[in-house]
Design a protein around this ligand. Structure first.
Ligand code: GDP
Length: 302
């Protein structure tokens, strides 16, 4: 595997590079804080967190009597690292137990990379020796079922499906029942991401949750929200809505290779108080990384 920093657009030409450029060698004055504010907002960190960060930074500068821009850069790095507190090593790994069926329910709006991420996760789990099955629960989007089947073929993972337009809950029912009866280790469940009607989405996800609980006997399973990191504040808004309507256990941030920003990672994990579990760094089957905070921070800043 290539080092993470080679797969991110960010460190070389992106925001953190610019941040370093903007800060190093400068005098600490109001102009500098203003420039910093602008850069943080441009990076998709969001208005609220930007204001919070600049305030925290100003406080640190006066409390710790920081004098040089290098010290400020380092301080900002520490403040940003602290925003990843909900994505620490203890909770970024998938919760998988041996000897039982583990469920991964995958949610998110269309086009964010749900199906692709499902294929990549299926491959990872299969390679690690797990018996994996996928439920093609996005019966709404025209090509979703074929796409899941394609991933199934490529990874050698069985896919449970029904016709386009059929009830997603029925597909989930079939998948969980089959997985349970035939002793699968992991069932990965795709869902449709129609966000235009929040009430309908909520009802559908509630129904799916109920079926999973009844068929698997599990109440404690992974519900992972997929967010496209190139959509910036829109992604943050999606995260807020999904967090209201389902019990999320983690986040998958896709297309990290395609954004020179990437700052969205900080407000998402901190505001939702949920860990980032994976980041997508390309379209290939190997291009999904388990999120490792330390590795990420190093790749972003160094
Ligand atoms: P879905 O509608 O949420 O199921 O989205 P898809 O899985 O169909 O993905 C939409 C597009 O995004 C496809 O062209 C994928 O190849 C692409 N994609 C998904 N994840 C990544 C990623 O991490 N990096 C890049 N560059 N493209 C990705």
């Amino acid at each position: 595997l290539k080092p993470l920093k080679d797969r991110l657009a960010t460190p070389k030409k992106g925001f953190f590079g610019k941040l370093k450029e903007a800060l190093l060698g400068k005098t600490i004055d109001d102009d500098l804080y203003e420039e910093l504010e602008e850069l943080l907002i441009q990076s998709d960190i969001g208005m609220n967190m930007t204001m919070q960060l600049v305030e925290e930074l100003e406080k640190s500068v006066s409390r710790k009597k920081l004098k040089t821009s290098e010290q400020i850069y380092d301080e900002l790095k520490e403040l940003l690292k602290a925003k990843l507190v909900y994505s620490d090593e203890s909770n970024t790994k998938l919760k998988l137990q041996d000897g039982k069926l583990n469920i991964l329910l995958i949610v998110g709006v269309n086009g964010v990379g749900k199906t692709t991420s499902i294929g990549k996760i299926a491959k990872k789990l299969k390679d690690s020796g797990k018996k994996v099955i996928i439920g093609a629960g996005d019966t709404f989007r025209a090509a979703a079922i074929e796409q899941v089947e394609e991933w199934g073929k490529r990874t050698g993972v069985e896919v449970i499906k029904q016709a386009h337009g059929s009830d997603p809950a029925a597909v989930i029912f079939d998948t969980v029942k089959t997985a349970k009866n035939r002793g699968f280790d992991v069932a990965i469940l795709d869902t449709a991401g129609r966000l235009h009607n929040k009430r309908d989405l909520m009802k559908e996800l509630e129904k799916i949750n109920k079926i999973i609980r009844e068929q698997s006997g599990e109440t404690d399973f992974e519900t992972l929200l997929v967010i496209d990191s190139t959509t910036g504040q829109n992604g943050l808004e999606q995260a807020r809505i999904f967090n209201e309507i389902v019990d999320l256990t983690g986040i998958i941030l896709t297309k990290f290779d395609g954004t020179a920003k990437g700052g969205i990672i900080f407000p998402i994990t901190e505001e939702l108080k949920k860990p980032i579990k994976f980041i997508g760094v390309g379209e290939g089957i190997e291009d999904l990384r388990e999120f490792d905070t330390k590795e990420f921070v190093e790749a972003m800043f160094d």
